[in-house]
Design a protein around this ligand. Structure first.
Ligand SMILES: *[C@@H]1O[C@H](CO)[C@@H](O)[C@H](O)[C@H]1NC(C)=O
Ligand SMILES: *[C@@H]1O[C@H](CO)[C@@H](O)[C@H](O)[C@H]1NC(C)=O
Ligand SMILES: *[C@@H]1O[C@H](CO)[C@@H](O)[C@H](O)[C@H]1NC(C)=O
Ligand SMILES: *[C@@H]1O[C@H](CO)[C@@H](O)[C@H](O)[C@H]1NC(C)=O
Length: 306
């Protein structure tokens, strides 16, 4: 009787131990897997100094294809003003200074009309996300009334939006606009260049864009293109990477200067940075990379200065 009980007990112990080991393995395996996929925010790999990309050499006309004819993307500038869409530009009264730059670069549908005093009224280049095409096309006055020079529009998007073979609605819409206004040069980013933007994110942050569920922002494309075409760049309205981390309770600032009742900038940055399910913009990580590029290329930041 005693022997039988002992035997049963040790049998039970073996089963319990087996279950325990199995659970531990499952947890370890599960978390390992999760670690690969989960985006750990607020951290930029620092061991990439040896394999940095020289964006000046990286540049190439073949990365941009015209919507019409056989124009080439030949825009080159000594000094550029890169005007962000952040509400930090409001009250800067930087309009005249911005317009006095050789080239003025803007993003998406950020307007100048009504904000000239702070953001100026010239545009040499506008970098536009596929999701902003309709809003940009709807307001031609924003990009057609330029004193001199022919403005350039660069559209970026996933291959199925602007790819050579996807003569979809967006593609044909932009094509029609660029036919109508011959002084306007419209380009799309080629598929191979899109992949290079992804690879650049990977080498600069140590993270695979897709596996880390990240979306590149229009700011990422615009900064890279600006470095390609400008000898030096003054950026208006971009906060430093740690801005939203160190002042959690700071004053609310709209994400876009033209949407005063829109979402708060820091909230948008922080929520995107730590977003896991679905795809998210890594605004803070991108700015960490920009601050490194600022030391490598001629980039300065104003409103705020850093
Ligand atoms: C905007 O454009 C007008 C007319 O071209 C010009 O007089 C004005 O000084 C420009 N700049 C700003 C900052 O409004
Ligand atoms: C571009 O063309 C449109 C119409 O053809 C015209 O209204 C506009 O003033 C032109 N812009 C420049 C910079 O020449
Ligand atoms: C930085 O800007 C100055 C002045 O425009 C220019 O001479 C120099 O070549 C630039 N340096 C780089 C690395 O582009
Ligand atoms: C992430 O940023 C976009 C703007 O690009 C915004 O529309 C979206 O709401 C943000 N997501 C979160 C979770 O805050």
């Amino acid at each position: 009787m005693g022997m039988e009980l002992k035997g049963q007990q040790s049998h039970r112990m073996v089963i319990l131990a087996a279950i325990f080991i199995l659970m531990t393995l499952l947890i370890l395996y599960g978390s390992n897997n999760a670690m690969d996929d989960v985006y750990a925010p607020f951290h930029v790999a620092t061991n990439h100094a040896l394999m940095y990309t020289d964006l000046k050499k990286w540049a190439g006309r073949e990365g941009y294809v015209p919507f019409n004819g056989n124009k080439e993307m030949t825009l080159r500038c000594n000094n550029c003003a890169l005007v962000t869409s952040s509400s930090h530009v409001l009250g800067s009264r930087a309009g005249e200074e911005i317009d006095s730059s050789q080239c003025v670069i803007r993003m998406n549908d950020a307007p100048t009309l009504g904000y000239e005093r702070d953001v100026g009224n010239q545009t040499s280049l506008r970098v536009v996300a596929h999701s902003s095409v309709f809003r940009v096309i709807r307001k031609p006055s924003e990009f057609l009334h330029q004193k001199d020079s022919n403005p350039v529009l660069i559209f970026w998007g996933p291959p199925n939006k602007f790819g050579k073979d996807s003569k979809g609605t967006l593609y044909r819409l932009i094509q029609r606009v660029s036919q109508t206004y011959s002084n306007l040069s419209c380009f799309s980013v080629t598929n191979s260049k899109m992949r290079r933007f992804d690879n650049l994110f990977h080498t600069e942050t140590g993270r695979d864009r897709q596996k880390s569920h990240s979306w590149l922002s229009t700011g990422w494309f615009t900064m890279v293109i600006a470095i390609e075409i400008c000898d030096n760049i003054k950026v208006y309205g971009m906060v430093p990477p740690n801005h939203c981390l160190k002042k959690p309770g700071s004053k609310k600032m709209p994400y876009h200067y033209y949407k005063p009742r829109g979402p708060d900038e820091c909230l948008t940055y922080l929520q995107n940075e730590s977003g896991r399910r679905g795809n998210h913009h890594r605004f803070i990580t991108e700015k960490q990379v920009f601050s490194r590029w600022a030391k490598q290329y001629n980039i300065t930041f104003t409103h705020p200065n850093w």
